[in-house]
Design a protein around this ligand. Structure first.
Ligand code: ATP
Ligand code: MG
Length: 420
């Protein structure tokens, strides 16, 4: 071990497990790429004010979890705790919304940072793949995103996840509900901080995980009973479209999310094999966010799926991903001349797209064959002085154990045909 260790709440992705993370990222991205979403990458840090305004001053993310810092130049920055505010900021900055091409559909993948109490499934550095559809109010768009996330999880082989769905209303009906909820909350036995939260953002209190708080909330008014006609119709249409697509969901009238900017459609993906960190992803509509960060009115919807927790969910269900083998051919040279020849052959194999590796470090046959075995290669090519004198190399099938001599000039073509 070196003097240093990964910082608290973080972990390294190391082969072979790291291949699972790549596969999960890829599986989540594939349906998006296939549905008109373009890839966007934004910086790992932003002006702290973007998150304060965009995520919400009263959220845990902003008040407790943000890595905020001042640069040597005096800028107030923060490591990004989530993706939506950054993506919208970038889209506005590039005037994507003015190209007459709404909605702007974007997907992203990257690292996010939250100063949280580390536990299984909850880290200070984690990874998300997300999607945002900016600038259209259309229930089909909300439905599309939910369907694509479902497709992503299913393509990975996940079965034990559930989709929770709710509507948080809009600027017509939410204020009425908000007032009713506030009235209700002020009649409860809550601590100072929670009462303060009830004043600033009462919906967030519904999301309080503490049992003594939850116990008092059973009789809380539900937004469902306050939705205006437009929100009701919108929500009904989302439900119908998802149902028609054969995607199962559960209505959860108590579902609120940790971010302030959600309106109308709100959803969460939970996996029952994960214990307390059961949310593998979530999202919803955020019609007011653009204006909150100084942009025009741009009704939008999006989600973010956690890669770390998706990997844990796969493990919980015992799903083994079919990962492509990393090495198909392993070359074992015995002697300097064979070394030069096989090194050239490995380069040739790689050029034609065959994953090939080489025994480095001047190993003897026994040690080199150990490496060949460990590499998982289907074929090993061995060559010693005698083989070279005969103009051949030995091609060994690692599954059957069969070994055949193949002409030096034929070996690449032979491997191409055998590996299909
Ligand atoms: P939670 O309620 O578990 O704190 P959240 O509402 O803060 O989740 P979001 O902001 O919706 O989470 O992020 C979307 C997804 O990103 C989550 O469903 C989860 O899979 C993942 N995620 C969020 N925070 C963490 C974290 N600290 N460590 C690992 N994954 C995380
Ligand atoms: Mg959280």
């Amino acid at each position: 071990m070196s003097t240093f260790q990964a910082p608290k709440g973080t972990y390294d992705l190391i082969p072979p497990d790291s291949a699972k993370f790549l596969a999960v990222r890829e599986a989540i991205a594939a349906p998006l790429r296939n549905s008109g979403y373009g890839y966007i990458e934004t910086p790992g840090f932003e002006n702290v004010e973007l998150f304060a305004r965009g995520v919400g001053e009263s959220t845990d993310i902003v008040t407790k979890e943000m890595y905020a810092f001042e640069t040597k130049g005096g800028d107030q920055l923060a490591l990004r705790p989530e993706g939506t505010a950054s993506v919208l900021r970038a889209a506005l900055e590039a005037n994507l919304h003015k190209a007459g091409n709404l909605p702007v559909k974007l997907w992203y993948s990257g690292s996010y940072y939250r100063y949280e109490r580390p536990q299984k499934g909850r880290y200070r550095h984690f990874s998300q793949v997300g999607a945002e559809a900016i600038g259209a109010e259309d229930p089909a768009l909300d439905a599309e995103l939910i369907i694509l996330a479902d497709q992503a999880y299913r393509s990975l082989g996940l079965r034990e996840f559930r989709i929770l769905l709710n509507s948080l209303g809009d600027k017509e009906c939410r204020p009425v509900y908000r007032a009713a909820l506030q009235d209700f909350l002020h009649g409860l036995d809550l601590d100072e901080e929670t009462l303060r939260r009830a004043d600033i953002n009462p919906l967030r209190v519904l999301d309080d995980k503490r049992p003594d708080v939850q116990k008092q909330l059973t009789e809380a008014p539900l937004l469902r009973d306050y939705l205006c006609d437009a929100c009701k119709a919108y929500h009904e249409e989302v439900r119908e479209l998802i149902t028609a697509a054969g995607v199962a969901f559960e209505d959860d009238p108590r579902l609120v999310r940790g971010l302030d900017y959600y309106t109308r459609t709100t959803f969460e993906f939970v996996h029952d094999g994960l214990g307390s960190q059961s949310a593998v992803g979530g999202g919803g509509r955020y019609d007011g966010l653009s204006e909150m960060i100084g942009g025009p009115a741009l009704p939008s919807v999006g989600w973010a799926l956690g890669v770390d927790r998706t990997v844990l969910a796969l493990e919980a269900e015992g799903v083994e991903l079919e990962l492509p083998s990393t090495t198909s051919v392993f070359a074992v040279p015995l002697g300097d001349e064979a070394r030069r020849l096989l090194f050239a052959k490995v380069t040739e194999l790689r050029k034609v797209g065959i994953a090939a590796d080489f025994s480095y470090g001047h190993k003897g046959l026994k040690g080199a064959m150990k490496n060949a075995n460990r590499s998982g290669a289907r074929y090993t090519v061995v060559a010693g002085e005698r083989d070279l004198a005969d103009g051949v190399v030995q091609l060994k099938d690692m599954e059957s154990g069969d070994q055949t001599a193949v002409g030096v000039n034929e070996i690449v073509a032979e491997l191409e045909s055998r590996l299909g």
